[in-house]
Design a protein. Structure first.
Length: 171
């Protein structure tokens, strides 16, 4: 046989060997992770449920899924053993305290409070557009009052059939 005809088969066998080797490595790492479980650690099941390990036996694990609620799971159903910081962040909402944690303001006021002073420090001056806020407010009230009077007069118009309020249709 010619080497050219055997080359595709050799490449195919090599690829299959590499794929099975990586799958075995992943299985070995998952088994080590499950063996390292101890009571008190937080875990995530393959179904996505977060729980705390209470007891570990040879093939099963007793998990506390809620305070006072226990369930027995197979060891193979544990998808990940979580570090304490990550488990507390997900379950209890406790963020890790540290200097590297970003500070996020509750509202936008802290982002805009220093804008005027920052602009002045940079050498920029505020531009006064000459608007008087008190004069604008009274002018707006006058316009709103005139519109209200017009709409009230429109409501007093006589009906087209010539009848006044209170007249009945019966004769």
């Amino acid at each position: 046989m010619n080497i050219v005809t055997l080359l595709p088969f050799i490449v195919l066998i090599g690829a299959m060997f590499l794929m099975t080797r990586s799958a075995k490595n992943k299985q070995r790492q998952a088994a080590q992770m499950r063996d390292q479980m101890q009571p008190g650690t937080g875990v995530r099941t393959i179904g996505g449920m977060y729980a705390t390990v209470k007891e570990v036996s040879e093939d099963s694990v007793l998990l506390e899924v809620a305070p006072g609620v226990h369930a027995i799971y197979a060891k193979n159903s544990i998808g990940a053993v979580l570090p304490d910081e990550e488990y507390n962040r997900i379950i209890h909402g406790i963020e890790p305290s540290g200097d590297d944690a970003p500070v996020v303001p509750d509202d936008l006021s802290s982002l805009t409070e220093g804008d005027d002073t920052a602009a002045e420090k940079a050498g920029e001056k505020k531009i006064d557009l000459g608007k008087d806020t008190a004069a604008e407010g009274s002018a707006a009230e006058d316009k709103a009052g005139k519109k209200a009077d017009k709409s009230a007069d429109a409501g007093k118009a006589e009906p087209k059939d010539g009848k006044q309020d209170g007249d009945s249709d019966a004769k």
